[in-house]
Design a protein. Structure first.
Length: 309
């Protein structure tokens, strides 16, 4: 009798274990099934790894924070073997860079990572025609072949590294990459450096946006004479804080853009002011440019230009 009781108890225990096992299996899930059902959790680390391990080309600027960039002395880079650069690992969002992407790399003159100039592609030529470049001019003072697309990096007003682009005369292209690299290396702040096409070729709109720009086939404000910008030989830097000032016969002054009136008093102290103690001024003068802030008949504190020798 005892044996029969023990046998019955064992049978009940086995049945209970079997039922429990079946229940657990129904409620269980494999690691693979869990990963597929919860990709935002399961794959979070691997996605992050893929993002941080992505490679960047020279168009996207320096690659590592405080990275020592090795460059050879000579045409393609600074004379110093090692330069310090900030980290920027983002896709280019510049219109000009995208339109000029089909230019063969052997036509590019690279100063150091992210600082280069090259001829204008057909796409970029079409883009600027009718805006900064004349569409119906029979004999323009400058040809497409004389212009160069310039890519740089700069610090914005929030202290963040940011891409910038210009179009200029080939004659000053090397000057610009060298100057802007030194500004960048010293964390000099420029609010934005975009093609004038971003403002439909409107110089006033570009100044009001404090946009640093170069080539624009236009006349000098208030005259019929072509500006040095029409030759690609002049550049305006942080123009809102460094306005263009003309003087009327009654002694009063006109400030352009109008919104720059608070910065017309050059005796005042304020950020982003270009004067003779400013690094930007010193670099452009060192490269043979003249400064509009030193003119007598008017003052153009944003303006630097260079004459072709």
């Amino acid at each position: 009798m005892k044996i029969l009781k023990m046998t019955a108890i064992l049978a009940l225990i086995c049945a209970a274990v079997g039922l429990l096992t079946q229940t657990v299996r129904k409620n269980s899930i494999s690691l693979q099934d869990y990963a597929q059902a919860n990709p935002e959790i399961a794959y979070k680390e691997s996605t992050k790894t893929q993002e941080t391990n992505g490679t960047e080309g020279e168009e996207n600027g320096p690659t590592n924070a405080k990275e020592n960039i090795q460059t050879d002395a000579g045409e393609s880079g600074p004379a110093d073997a090692t330069k310090t650069s900030e980290a920027v690992t983002q896709e280019s969002v510049l219109v000009g860079a995208a339109l000029n992407s089909d230019i063969p790399k052997d036509q590019r003159t690279l100063y150091t990572d992210g600082f280069y100039y090259e001829p204008l592609s057909d796409n970029l030529r079409r883009y600027i025609t009718g805006i900064s470049y004349p569409e119906n001019e029979t004999d323009p003072v400058i040809s497409y072949d004389d212009l160069r697309y310039v890519h740089i990096w700069h610090y914005d007003f929030d202290g963040n590294p940011r891409e910038g682009e210009l179009i200029c005369n080939e004659y000053i292209a090397q000057d610009l990459v060298e100057i802007f690299y030194e500004l960048y290396r010293n964390e000099y702040q420029l609010e934005q450096v975009l093609l004038i096409e971003e403002y439909d070729g409107d110089d006033t709109a570009s100044m009001e946006a404090n946009n640093t720009s170069c080539f624009n086939y236009r006349v000098v404000e208030g005259s019929t004479s072509l500006s040095k910008h029409a030759y690609g030989l002049a550049i305006d830097v942080n123009p809102l804080y460094n306005p263009y000032i003309t003087y009327r016969q009654d002694g009063s002054q006109e400030v352009s853009p109008v919104s720059a009136q608070p910065y017309a008093d050059r005796q005042s102290s304020f950020p982003y002011k270009i004067d003779e103690n400013d690094l930007c001024y010193k670099l452009f003068i060192r490269h043979g440019f003249t400064w509009g802030g030193a003119w007598n008949s008017c003052k153009d504190y944003q303006h630097f230009q260079k004459a072709v020798e």
